[in-house]
Write a protein that binds this ligand. Structure first.
Ligand SMILES: Nc1ncnc2c1ncn2[C@@H]1O[C@H](COP(=O)(O)OP(=O)(O)OP(=O)(O)O)[C@@H](O)[C@H]1O
Ligand SMILES: [Mg+2]
Length: 469
């Protein structure tokens, strides 16, 4: 038997003939394809050279005018067809296209009990009639959208579909009611949200439990930021926990993609108590650092069971922040003065004195049971200067998580009776997420350090006094 021949072919000459015929067929097809491609390229090159191909005015083919993607003014693509072709190949981006099928009807689910009504939707516990599985059903509200189009809902669907991660709530499917605007998200059901849980707990989480919770939240956030997704509404009621100690980030109604450099965005994002100072001071360009500020607020809340910075309005929120961190100065936060709302801020005379550009440690008295490493981490997360905050990845690598007590394994995390499993979750008052499409109000911070409009109480802060309203 010759070495080049197939053992099977040698045994069966008929099969050998079939294989040979197929091979010929394949080669012929390949040749035809290559020829077609060559012809296509030749005609394209000619078209680009002329810059005037009538066929492009029809339905098929790319539009005649293309956005110039290069700043290289010296290259004239129209005169060099090969260049034009090369450039087209390198600049065209292909995105994976999801296959869309028809949505199932919400009648496939039996509503078990109502869980919560938020700003953008009603959430219930429900059972999939076909499989018996218990899920969470979130009906999207559309009244917040000016044009009757559930923008936040669509954002939520899009980002949730892209954000598949162990620490992000799993969107199973989208189902419809009878009307076009009856849209429901079907998600994995989780027994608790951290806000309701903290409200019910007698004692705060143990340090080892706080680490387990934070590592999961920041782990999910690291993934989101790596996908260029900002959550923009991180708070304890948007963090879900199941009875296996697993945490999932939920509520993507405010989430959006960002870029580098950051695009111009609305400042009216993030629920007031978790909102970063650059947003309050009116920054139009901001980045994932705003989510890290919220993580700092959540860290503080996990330690004490109480939201850390409970401002009554934007001005009061800024006062509460500076009360905790100390006032800003150009050493620790270069450029803060140029933020729109910072112009009205009258700072105390001693606020320009700062020996270092590092964010100062927060007062130990606010977190008496926290280790030095823990105090270091929360101080970095709550740095006024967004550039001084750690990224999600840096946060995960912080020594706080490696020192004793170590994070408690999820498997031995305590279980808690579920409120969502039985009845509507009892919601203690917290401010709502900003409404989509609202304009950020013009704010006057003149009173933050001095006694003009603003909050409604006088307070003594860290080394300076606040006289408000
Ligand atoms: N998958 C889920 N499993 C269990 N409970 C959930 C789930 N998703 C949401 N919930 C509950 O419903 C509440 C509201 O959900 P969500 O935050 O998604 O809606 P929202 O209308 O955007 O809320 P808000 O504007 O108040 O932040 C959550 O705080 C949580 O208590
Ligand atoms: Mg929410």
């Amino acid at each position: 038997m010759s070495a080049s021949k197939s053992r099977w072919a040698d045994e069966d000459p008929e099969t050998e003939a079939i294989i040979a015929a197929r091979k010929r067929e394949k080669e012929e097809k390949k040749r035809a394809k290559a020829e077609k491609q060559r012809q296509l390229e030749a005609s394209k090159a000619q078209t680009d050279g002329d810059g005037n191909d009538q066929s492009r005015n029809g339905d098929s083919g790319p539009p005649m005018k293309r956005r110039r993607l290069s700043n290289d003014a010296d290259t004239n693509d129209a005169e060099v067809p090969e260049n034009a072709e090369k450039k087209k190949q390198t600049t065209l981006l292909r995105f994976p296209v999801r296959e869309w099928g028809t949505c199932r009807h919400v009648d496939n689910f039996e509503r078990l009990n109502h869980i919560e009504e938020g700003s953008y939707g009603w959430v219930s516990r429900a059972k999939d009639i076909n499989t018996g599985e218990v899920v969470a059903l979130k009906k999207l509200k559309i009244e917040n959208s000016p044009d009757g189009f559930p923008v936040t809902g669509l954002r939520e669907i899009q980002t949730l579909l892209e954000a598949r991660h162990a620490n992000v709530v799993y969107l199973r499917e989208v189902v419809m009611g009878n009307k076009m605007d009856d849209v429901y998200l079907v998600m994995d059901f989780l027994e608790h949200d951290l806000k309701a849980l903290l409200d019910e707990m007698r004692e705060p989480f143990l340090p080892s439990e706080i680490k387990t919770v934070l590592l999961q939240v920041v782990g999910g956030l690291e993934f989101l930021h790596a996908q260029w997704i900002m959550h923009r509404d991180l708070k304890t009621s948007n963090l879900l926990m199941n009875n296996r100690g697993e945490i999932k980030i939920a509520d993507f109604g405010m989430a959006r993609y960002y870029g580098d450099p950051p695009p111009k965005l609305t400042q009216l994002v993030v629920t007031l108590w978790y909102r970063a100072p650059e947003l309050l001071l009116g920054a139009e360009k901001y980045g994932p650092e705003i989510d890290m500020w919220s993580i700092g607020c959540i860290f503080g809340e996990l330690l004490t069971k109480e939201p850390l910075l409970q401002g009554k309005n934007e001005v009061d929120q800024v006062s509460k922040i500076f009360d905790l961190t100390g006032p800003p100065n150009s050493q620790i936060w270069p450029g803060f003065r140029s933020l729109p709302n910072a112009k009205s801020l009258r700072l105390p005379s001693n606020s320009s004195a700062s020996s270092s550009s590092d964010p100062p440690l927060l007062p130990r008295s606010r977190f008496p049971y926290l280790t030095n490493a823990g105090l270091g981490l929360i101080s970095e997360l709550l740095a006024l200067n967004p550039a001084s905050r750690p990224t999600a990845r840096q946060c995960l690598a912080h020594p706080y998580f490696r020192e004793d007590p170590r994070p408690k394994p999820k498997e031995i995390f305590p279980t808690f009776p579920s409120k969502a499993g039985m009845e509507k979750r009892r919601r203690h008052h917290t401010p709502e997420a900003p409404k989509h499409g609202q304009e950020a109000p013009e704010l006057d911070f003149a009173g933050v350090f001095g006694g003009a409009p603003g909050g409604d109480t006088g307070e003594v802060g860290a080394g300076f006094s606040l006289r408000l309203g």
